[in-house]
Ligand binder design. Structure first.
Ligand code: DC
Length: 223
């Protein structure tokens, strides 16, 4: 028996890392919905689409093809763009695009279609609330801003990018505010979500906790 799993939480809380590891352990499919929003920002930028005009963005989304390869990397119109969507410019533009209700509605429809069968792990901001309100397991993954900023700093250092801790800290704080206070589908924990605070947990410890929850749920279902 397979379930659907929703993982929501603020930026840089490690949702994708946990979702990816969990998908491997459970033999489930991981859909990184943040990567889909990022792909839209990337395509708009590349094709000179005016991101102030929501209708144009909606047309663009509805004529795009989104898929994920076996490694969980995003394919936009058949092209792997996973290394092109992680930049500060894309971070900011994505945050702007993600505020549009009709853009969200189009992406939500695509995500629901992709995950219409069981055995999917979706991570994002609105998965438990809007995309998969019926998901059998809902996780609200969070961590202190300090621990998220430290992890992000390490990511940047490993990529050879020079940036200081305070800049990262401020950016995370700003994105938290934007995600939680936007008009459409703000980041919210549902009442039935399990809160996973990873501030003091390793990746393996976090994955173990969610894995145990999923197995418990599967066993309950087969009783
Ligand atoms: O998780 P991430 O940092 O890759 O997300 C990128 C942006 O997309 C971020 O501004 C939040 C937004 N997003 C969203 O609004 N809804 C989702 N389901 C996933 C991401």
């Amino acid at each position: 028996m397979k379930l659907n799993i929703a993982i929501d939480g603020p930026s840089a809380s490690g949702k994708s890392t946990i979702a990816k590891a969990l998908a491997k352990r459970l033999n489930y499919t991981h859909l990184d919905t943040g990567a889909m929003y990022r792909a839209c920002a990337y395509k708009a930028l590349k094709n000179g689409i005016n991101t102030d005009i929501e209708d144009d963005l909606v047309k663009m989304v509805n004529s795009s093809h989104f898929a994920f390869d076996d490694l969980g990397q995003i394919l936009l119109d058949g092209v792997n763009i996973s290394s092109d969507i992680r930049s500060k410019e894309i971070d900011l533009l994505t945050s702007k695009i993600a505020r549009y209700a009709q853009v969200r509605a189009s992406l939500v429809k695509i995500q629901q279609f992709m995950a219409k069968n069981k055995g999917y792990i979706l991570d994002g901001r609105d998965i438990g609330t809007v995309v998969l309100p019926d998901a059998e397991v809902k996780i609200f993954q969070t961590a202190s801003i300090e621990s998220r900023a430290k992890r992000r700093l390490l990511d940047y250092q490993n990529k050879g990018i020079k940036i200081d801790y305070q800049t990262i800290y401020n950016e995370i704080e700003l994105r938290d505010y934007q995600d939680q206070n936007r008009e459409h589908s703000p980041l919210r924990k549902t009442d039935n979500a399990f809160v996973l605070d990873t501030s003091n947990l390793s990746i393996n410890e976090s994955v173990d906790i969610v894995y145990d929850l999923v197995i418990k749920k599967i066993n309950e279902g087969s009783d």
